[in-house]
Ligand binder design. Structure first.
Ligand code: GDP
Ligand code: MG
Length: 425
């Protein structure tokens, strides 16, 4: 059984906590795209964890975790993440963590490039892309230029070091053009020695492992980072990530292009949030925004940046559900809306007086205005509810309305950040 868990919106929907919850039913959890640019927050009996690179299944002892070839891995960051979890008593070994030999290594100069370019954009246009400055776009560019290093090369550093000087020369052409100090071969060697060597034991052909596991009837989950609207092809380009965040990419990015998904679970938030720049049609401003942001604790897990917030966006969510091919939805953070007498929903957009209800191309999106409609709130604490019948009628009505507007079944509803704070509908 192959299941993907993907974001329907702009990311930060609560994927980490849903994967942590649902991973109980899975033997294997795979990350298949992205790098340490996003953060999953997981709160369970062992503590509060922010995972940037490691699959969320790492917090369950019986689960095997796979980092697929679609990922870009900052090896320094990964070493740090592993060390932090070990301090908290989490066991990590090649038995429960397998890293694809084909996964790409994010280099320190990729991080530098990201910073140089965001700063240049800010100076030149006043409009940076809102990058997390962790080198993700530059390292994916290197991958497609075929100039990147792959995790499998850590198993034969002598060969890698033969390739290194020319790549450093090539990269320095760019770095010097930005007016920065060139990087050196010695620094890059040290990066591989310090942070690459300790990871070599985890590196393998994860495709062989996953195919065998699948044949043996194991349940495999693919965990995405970010959401549909951040996908490099289908998202709000250029304010997207540089990877494929959609479910259809999961088997490829995990190392098993021969396998097909059985189920796609979409994680959708009961309201909207968007970190960084770009069109965000349903956005709240001023006091309205501050209230929702503080109720939802909407500050970036990876960066601490305050997130932009707004009500539930039907147009964007329906598009997200389509992109993810979602068979069912986990609706998260419903408890955050408990303080409202009336809850707004962005039901559609308008453009020059015309109704827009299909998510438009980015340029058009910029011009769209949101239309909000009000529904009755429940205005009481629902964080202790554990079954549908515990929920007040207005909350049930809100869930049913979203189901109808988005034309997709809502199977889970979360009402708190803790592992057990959810309802199966
Ligand atoms: P991800 O990137 O999709 O994994 O989501 P993040 O971890 O960036 O953001 C989700 C945030 O909401 C985290 O701080 C979670 O602890 C928190 N959270 C998740 N589910 C719930 C919920 O049902 N209710 C509340 N109040 N918080 C939640
Ligand atoms: Mg996040």
């Amino acid at each position: 059984m192959l299941t993907s868990i993907c974001g329907i919106n702009w990311g930060d929907e609560g994927k980490g906590r849903m994967v942590d919850l649902l991973s109980e039913k899975f033997d294997i959890v795979c990350r298949y795209q992205g790098g340490n640019n996003a953060g999953h927050t997981v709160i369970n009996d062992k503590g509060r964890f922010i995972l940037n690179l490691l699959p969320s299944g790492i917090l369950r002892e019986e689960v095997v975790n796979v980092m697929g070839p679609g990922m870009v891995i900052d090896i320094k960051h990964l070493c740090g993440e592993i060390a932090k979890l070990r301090e908290a008593g989490i066991k990590i070994s090649p038995k429960n963590l397998k890293i694809s030999d084909k996964a790409i290594i994010t280099m320190p100069y990729n991080v530098l490039q990201d910073v140089m370019e965001e700063d240049r954009l800010t100076r030149a246009t006043g409009k940076p892309y809102g990058s997390t400055r962790r080198g993700i776009a530059p390292v994916y560019a290197d991958k497609y230029m075929k100039k990147a290093f792959r995790m499998g090369e850590l198993l034969n550093l002598e060969l890698l070091y033969k390739r290194l000087p020319d790549i450093v020369d090539w990269k320095n052409l760019t770095i010097k053009a930005y007016g920065f100090e060139p990087v050196t071969v010695a620094e890059m060697k040290e990066y591989f020695e310090t942070y690459g060597k300790p990871l070599a034991d985890y590196v393998c052909d994860v495709g062989i492992y996953l195919n065998e596991a699948n044949k043996a009837g194991k349940n495999i989950m693919f965990e995405a980072q970010l959401g549909a609207l951040r996908d490099i092809d289908f998202g709000i380009v250029p304010y997207t990530s540089s990877s494929s965040t959609i479910a259809a990419y999961a088997p490829i990015g995990a190392g098993v292009p021969n396998l097909k998904l059985n189920n796609s679970i979409g994680i959708m938030k009961a309201y909207s949030s968007c970190v960084g720049a770009g069109p965000f049609t349903c956005e709240y401003f001023g006091e309205q925004a501050e209230k929702l942001r503080s109720l939802g604790g909407e500050y970036g897990a990876a960066t601490g940046r305050p997130r932009r917030v707004g009500p539930f966006d039907v147009v964007a969510s329906r598009y997200g559900i389509r992109c993810q091919g979602a068979d069912e939805i986990a609706l998260t953070k419903l408890d955050v809306l408990s303080d409202y007498e009336e809850i707004e929903i962005c039901t559609h957009y308008t453009l020059d007086g015309k109704v827009i209800d299909e998510f438009p191309f980015t340029d058009v999106l910029d011009e769209c205005k949101p239309v909000f409609e009000k529904v009755k709130g429940w205005n009481c604490d629902i964080s202790k509810c554990r079954k549908p019948s515990d929920l007040p009628k207005a909350a049930l009505d809100y869930i049913k309305l979203l189901e109808k507007l988005c034309d997709c079944k809502i199977k889970y509803v979360s009402v708190g950040a803790e592992r057990d704070a959810y309802i199966e509908m």
